[in-house]
Design a protein around this ligand. Structure first.
Ligand code: FEO
Length: 172
């Protein structure tokens, strides 16, 4: 059985994951409208993944005798000055999510809720991967700079990254 404070902290994380899904959906739309097909495919996939993160928490809260809360969501930013800015925002957002997961882990230990602590380890590993992936993408973008040909190749390659991520490889 979840304590009230753990239930409320997990429900807060459900909102954060749902908002992450919206944040990346808005990025997918922006990229699609700009004609960056590969980038938009990548972002649509990220958005789907965040929804899975959210659902995993919903199921956990309900299975442990709590009541998952489905909240109103913050409207995401949907305009970017460049795709580099957009990926910087993705990275910053993942750092924010990692902090929030770490805080949850801290609360679960304080409350001696080892089942929740164990459940959260999946998110801890996931955040390491997501931050690393976002950093890899940012490094690539910095290498390209303003080169149009480089952007074309980046857009083509990031689509492959989406496919390989699905089979849990993260090489670009
Ligand atoms: Fe669910 Fe990307 O954090």
């Amino acid at each position: 059985m979840l304590s009230k404070s753990i239930e409320s902290a997990l429900n807060n994380q459900i909102k954060i994951e749902a908002e992450s899904s919206q944040v990346y959906l808005a990025m997918a739309v922006w990229a699609e409208v700009k004609g960056l097909e590969g980038v938009s495919t990548f972002m649509y996939a990220q958005s789907d993944e965040e929804r899975q993160h959210m659902l995993k928490l919903v199921k956990f809260v309900n299975e442990r005798g709590g009541h998952a809360k489905i909240s109103n969501l913050e409207e995401p930013n949907d305009s970017f000055t460049s795709f580099k800015e957009m990926f910087q925002k993705l990275y910053d957002h993942e750092v924010f999510v990692s902090k929030s997961i770490n805080e949850l882990v801290h609360i679960s230990l304080q409350e001696k809720d080892y089942a929740t602590h164990n459940f959260l380890q999946w998110y801890v590993s996931e955040q390491i991967e997501e931050e690393a992936l976002a950093r890899t993408v940012l490094d690539k973008i910095n290498l390209i700079g303003d080169d149009k040909g480089g952007l074309y190749l980046f857009d083509r390659d990031i689509e492959k990254l989406t496919v390989t991520t699905a089979s849990s490889e993260t090489t670009l």
